[in-house]
Structures are given as structure tokens and as C-alpha cells.
Design a binder for this molecule. Sequence first.
Ligand SMILES: Nc1ncnc2c1ncn2[C@@H]1O[C@H](COP(=O)(O)OP(=O)(O)OP(=O)(O)O)[C@@H](O)[C@H]1O
Ligand SMILES: [Mg+2]
Length: 242
Amino acid sequence: MLELKDIVWDADDGERIIDGVSFKVPDHKLVVITGPNGGGKTTIAKLIAGIVEPTSGEMYFNGDEITRDSITDRARKGISYSFQQPVRFKGITVREMMNLAAGRELSDHALCNLLGRVGLCMADYIDREISAKLSGGEIKRIEIASVLARRSSMMVFDEPEAGIDLWSFTQLVQVFETLKKEEHASLLIISHQERIIDIADEIIVVKDGKVAGQGTKEEILPTLMLQGYNDSCSVKKMRNVI
Ligand SMILES: Nc1ncnc2c1ncn2[C@@H]1O[C@H](COP(=O)(O)OP(=O)(O)OP(=O)(O)O)[C@@H](O)[C@H]1O
Ligand SMILES: [Mg+2]
């Protein structure tokens, strides 16, 4: 289980971006974080992956405190993270990236299977360099495949739907379900997509750096629909402007 306890993160200019966030991702569950743009979702994912360090608060993974652990330590313990906007590791091929992620040389059969899960044909991509020549959707799918290659027990996906066409997205939703049900992974998915919200065990709404709501789809969806979460002029933002 992953647990965040009262996590706070202040940006370099002192602005409080994450303001006392606490939640749990139980084993073998799929938790979705949703909420308005700029609410703090990606920052929470980066805090979990160890890319940014919390100003205060604690984080635990399977009972171990990981608050100050490095990215590598967390990866070793079984946490993997897929970026909202994937990094293009120029100079390496898709095959090399997949092998790096898996920590071993993958067979062509395994590579074909992994890339197939994100709707890519191995022969077309395997020797291509991860450069600007790949489209946004291609790079996103390759990155998701590299997270699958890691076979971590806890996978964090930041807006996996971004840039992915509808057909591949349907396939991706099935991949998430299989990961949870058959491979017993725990998943934390940041998403605005109703079809991902549909398969969640729990939904967390993050707004203004805080947990604004938490519960099952049945509990959360009506409030999301009723209030809408995109009130673009929150009190906090108005205060900043004034
Ligand atoms: N390094 C940083 N320094 C200052 N402000 C930051 C930094 N990183 C993020 N922010 C700000 O923190 C807020 C939350 O950003 P974050 O990327 O976590 O939002 P988000 O919920 O993922 O939004 P989206 O739905 O658009 O992806 C934003 O207002 C953003 O501009
Ligand atoms: Mg984001």
C-alpha cells in the first residue's frame, strides 16, 4: 500500500502548490486522481515518484517510509511513473529503452507483446530512435509500454489518455483492467477520462493543492457533474490576482 500523510510542497518562490494531501492507494486497487487543470495532480505524481521532494509530510510504501528516498530507490522498491509529457531520451532506440526499463534483455516475443498492448507493431518501432521524429501519441504509447516492461507493483500514470487515439485508448483501458485483475498491480491513474473513472475502485478529486473529494464513482461523479470542477476563478486565485 502507498500512503501519503499530510504532504505539503512549496515551489521555489514560496507558493504552496500542495497543501496537506493525505490518501492511500491500497494493494491491487485502481485509484484515479482527477480535478481541474493546475490543481496539483502532476505535482503529486512527481512527489510519489521522487522527482520533487516534499516540504513536509510523510510517505510510506508497503510500510517503509520513502519520503526522502531517491527516484532510483523508489523504482527499486516497485514504484514506476509515466509522465504526462514523456521525456525524449534522444540517442537511444525503442528496444534499448524497453530493455533499460525491464532491467534485462527482452526477447522479440516479449517486446512484440509489450508494444502490442499499447497498439504498436514491434517491427515498425523497435529500431527507431526516441527523437522528435516520433509523434506525440507514439512517444506516449512507447513510454506506457516501458512502464509495463518494469512490472512494478505500483504504477503511476499521468494522463495516459493524452494524445492517444480512441481505438488505442479503448485497448489501454483494458490493459489497466488486466494489470489490476490478473497481474495484481496497484494503479494510480491521473485522468479526466470518464472511461478510466469508470474502472476506478476509488476517485480522488484534487483541487487547489488539496483533496476536495474522495470516494467511489457513485459517490464522486454526481458532485463532479453538479458543481463542475472548473470554476476558473477560485477564491485562492482571486486573492492572488488582487
Ligand atoms: N516547479 C514549479 N514551480 C512553480 N509552480 C509550479 C511548479 N510546478 C507546478 N507549478 C504550479 O503548480 C500548479 C499545479 O500544477 P500541476 O502540474 O501539478 O497541475 P495538474 O493538476 O497536473 O494540471 P493539469 O490538469 O493541467 O495537468 C500549477 O498552477 C502550476 O503552474
Ligand atoms: Mg498534470
